[in-house]
Design a protein around this ligand. Sequence first.
Ligand code: AHM
Ligand code: MG
Length: 336
Amino acid sequence: MIQRKGISIQRQIVEQERQFPKASGSLTGLLMDLTYAAKVISREVTKAGLVNILGLTGSENISGDEVKKLDVYAHDKLYTAMSHGGHLCIMASEETPDLIPIPEQYPKGKYVLLFDPLDGSSNIDANVSIGTIFSIHRKKSPGTNGTLEDCLQKGTEQVAAGYIVYGSSTMLVYTTRQGVHGFTLDPSVGEFLLSHEDIKMPAKGKIYSINEGNAHFWDEGTRKYVDYLKDKDPATDRPYSLRYIGSLVADFHRTLLYGGIFLYPADYKDPKKPKGKLRLLYEAAPLALVCEQAGGLATTGRERILDLQPTELHQKVPLIMGSKEDVLTYQKFFRG
Ligand code: AHM
Ligand code: MG
């Protein structure tokens, strides 16, 4: 039996691609470009406090949040690393309102990249874990340049997805629909090394993760479910513990490894227009694919996240994901 722990991400990706003899190597190239960008962003995140790069730029991103300098930096690094490789035909990022075409002078490829360059930006100044999320689709439209249609594909169509968490160490977790694998950046060799092979989410956990300050704006089912989790019943591990970082990638990463449930339900401030906060294309869908590949579930409460047909680039959705049993119990409360 070959000891796989410790192998480089490059080897893992190449070996996975070899299982498909007709593969062109383009997805491998794309993922390698991504890992390069991840290393550069990781370096910058780590030294952020030292180089006075923190602080507001004064502008806002498309969803109305304040943009910090490090978000812009991460966006720029991803754009630069991904635009010239010849693997992509179009990109979209949380930090830009419109599609990001591949510059004229570079060859176009068959893949589409959607990303949140630096998620959890409200945590940057406090040195709390933040992350990058990515989603990869295959081009659907005719012609060489990608279009909006190529970006608005269902989560079920994703070829690959994953995230990088910049925490006490930097980890890259991804799936190409052949399980979920986690790699930890070894700064001494500058490479991501396999640390978590074929991750499986526990079928049930003991932790819930939600911004409880919003309780007044939740639907009744979510309120009752959270009350249920806080009730005492040792047979079902209740009461659950609450852990909420406020960085989606970090909250999801913990849920993936320890089990439990993450919830960002719709906000019913205006009961006629319930609103989710997290973005479908580059937050919910990629994490939902990782979650399902690890044996978990991801839903809006009503529908499976991966089955949602996107209608806009920056569409927001309710997102509830985690251990299978926990999400199924949530759905019972939500549906009443
Ligand atoms: P952003 O940092 O890309 O704007 O992402 C939104 C963040 C998520 O990381 C996190 O899950 C959520 O917003 C936290 O929201 P809240 O502060 O409302 O709890
Ligand atoms: Mg985000």
